[in-house]
Design a binder for this molecule. Sequence first.
Ligand code: CA
Length: 228
Amino acid sequence: MKPMAAKRILVIEDEARIADVLERYLRAEGFVTERAATGTRALELWRAFRPDLILLDLMLPELSGLEVIRTIRASSDVPVLMVTARAEEVDRLVGLELGADDYITKPFSPREVVARVRAVLRRAGGSVRRSRIYRAGDVEVDLERFTARCGGKPVTLTPTQLRLLALLVQAEGRALSRHELLDQLGEPYVDVRTVDAHVKNLRRRLGPCGTRIETVRGVGYRLSLSTF
Ligand code: CA
């Protein structure tokens, strides 16, 4: 086995005190970090530093964190972990819709951030590599290569969207509750509306296959197999 290269984390945070602590903890855990204090600088570093994960504060000078996610998602599926204040709940939901993978709320403990960074990286497929291809009709999810197809055409999804789709495909038409989905996604403590945001985004990304994700009122979501 080749030794794993150190993962690169881009810390986007305008409060120097918080950024200092985050970088110190992440580096102590073996990550390589870079820091951006403005949205503009963040996009420059995203292109130059090519991070494996982005830790993104939403309230930034120049460009907002949401604009940063939107720009990055137009061409990249790099995992994005948002950092938000409690009052920014609406922004958080918009961020998830724009394709952020997870979020953490201020005030946070640096250890918690490191744990979440590891979890998001793990989900993004860094460590476990098994053959995991799931199919339902013409929807196909390959959790090894982290790709999805609709009607044979590749669809670009974030790691969280891919896992969500895989869960729905595996359930073979059974409805899954939002809590069940969050548990399976490894996010048991986040707001259930997070699932709605992920699903909304997933439907859009799936194009014609998106309509197969049905809302089951009072329950959650299921993949419609009847239309295949
Ligand atoms: Ca800030």
